[in-house]
Design a protein around this ligand. Structure first.
Ligand code: FEO
Length: 402
């Protein structure tokens, strides 16, 4: 590692790693573009490491740290977040630097004891506390449930760097550089929304609270635990987090998510989609839930203001993969959708009934009439599907994007 390439500002360094090997984040979310585990090192009179990395990369990580320290002791380990994709290497850091003082809050240290059996050399901080490293001063602000209860963020006053834990993070490795000023950031925006939708998406209100609290700080750099260091794009990433955490759509468009065993519900989805386009909405995205991972569908549900779900009735309930999608939507309490649904059945219809209840639970704007078809799709039902899509599009035309 060349230290000049890893410098963020004078004496503050990136010491994270890229993971190009793992296929599933948290063992269920696809990583087509990999992921970075970011860690940062401040080399002042006193030295401080901010978060660690997934334990599978501990060798490379410790080498990155030592390349900067060059035999100097590590004085502080700041733990912003205890999830093992960041905390996994804490035990090895403590072995290598046995005199390090570990900085966290009360909730951090309950987890530190549970995961690592460590309860000594700890320094407990609370909201607004500070530590001086010499020229640099670190202040700590609690950000509970963004995305675990112990999460805090660390702010360095001289350089106006916010070490933000998972907030403003994204899937995708840092390829050949780690500053947004060095990289074409286009590849991150969809993955950042998918990351938000899947990891933080349930916690809109806590994210809003954290954004409000941090809005008073002048920020020149955001150093998240995943993805690039944000400098040029700070306004954009803050604005995106603000929008997503309010469950506001970014674009006019309709996600049509369907499940289909033998093709009949798929035929309905095609007719619905034609209706959406005929109604004047240009972005209509059909997802076959058996083919596309739920995380990508959720990401687009956060992006667009329209949603239509189609399901066969399966053993009197929803098609299993639609049930999974519906559960993920409910779990996140996704708001502000113009919505409708459709379905098919062979001997007992109920899917449309269940899908209609979803709108009531989440207080969505329901567009009726819905369509439920028995056996092969009749011309009459196909026309009803087209009309349903058209009605959703027309409703969207009178809903403004914030
Ligand atoms: Fe990247 Fe919540 O850990």
């Amino acid at each position: 590692m060349s230290s000049s390439k890893k410098k963020i500002v004078e004496n503050i360094f990136y010491v994270g790693v890229n993971d190009r090997e793992k296929t599933l984040f948290e063992n269920y979310l696809p990583l087509p573009q990999g992921v970075a585990y970011n860690s940062y090192l401040i080399n002042d009179v006193q030295t401080a490491l901010i978060d660690t990395v997934d334990v599978h990369f501990v060798g490379q990580f410790l080498a990155n740290v030592e390349y900067i320290l060059q035999g100097k002791p590590l004085d502080y380990l700041i733990i912003n977040h205890m999830e093992p994709d960041h905390a996994g290497s804490i035990g090895f850091v403590c072995q290598k630097y046995p005199n390090v003082k570990i900085v966290g809050n009360v909730k951090t240290f309950e987890m530190l004891k549970g995961y690592f059996g460590i309860d000594n050399q700890i320094h407990t901080v609370k909201e607004g506390d500070s530590i001086s490293l010499g020229e640099h001063q670190l202040s700590f602000f609690m950000a509970p449930m963004v995305h675990w209860p112990e999460v805090m963020v660390t702010y360095e006053q001289k350089t106006q760097i916010l070490f933000s834990a998972d907030a403003f993070g994204t899937f995708g490795t840092n390829d050949g550089g780690f500053m947004d000023t060095q990289l074409n950031t286009d590849k991150y925006w969809d993955e950042m929304r998918r990351y938000y939708a899947c990891i933080v998406g349930k916690y809109g209100a806590p994210t809003q609270a954290a954004l409000k609290k941090l809005s008073a700080l002048p920020i020149s750099f955001i150093c998240s635990t995943h993805g690039p260091v944000w400098q040029k794009e700070i306004a954009k990433v803050v604005s995106l987090y603000d929008k997503w955490s309010k469950y506001e759509a970014q674009k006019e468009g309709v996600v049509i998510a369907y499940g289909s065993m033998y093709g009949h519900t798929m035929q309905m989805a095609e007719a619905v989609c034609e209706g959406v386009i005929a109604g004047g909405v240009k972005d209509a995205i059909i997802y076959n839930v058996s083919k596309t991972d739920t995380s990508f569908i959720l990401s687009d549900i956060f992006q667009y203001n329209g949603l239509i779900i189609g399901s066969p009735t399966y053993n009197t309930e929803l098609f299993p993969l639609i049930e999974t999608l519906v559960h993920q939507i409910e779990h996140r309490g996704i708001k502000n959708k113009v919505y409708s649904c459709f379905g098919s059945y062979s001997w007992h219809g109920n899917a449309v009934n269940i899908l209609t209840q979803l709108a009531q639970k989440l207080n969505w704007q329901m567009v009726s009439p819905t369509v439920e078809n028995k056996h092969a799709l009749s011309q009459d039902k196909e026309k009803q599907c087209f009309a349903l899509g058209q009605a959703v599009a027309e409703k969207l035309k009178v809903v403004s994007i914030a």
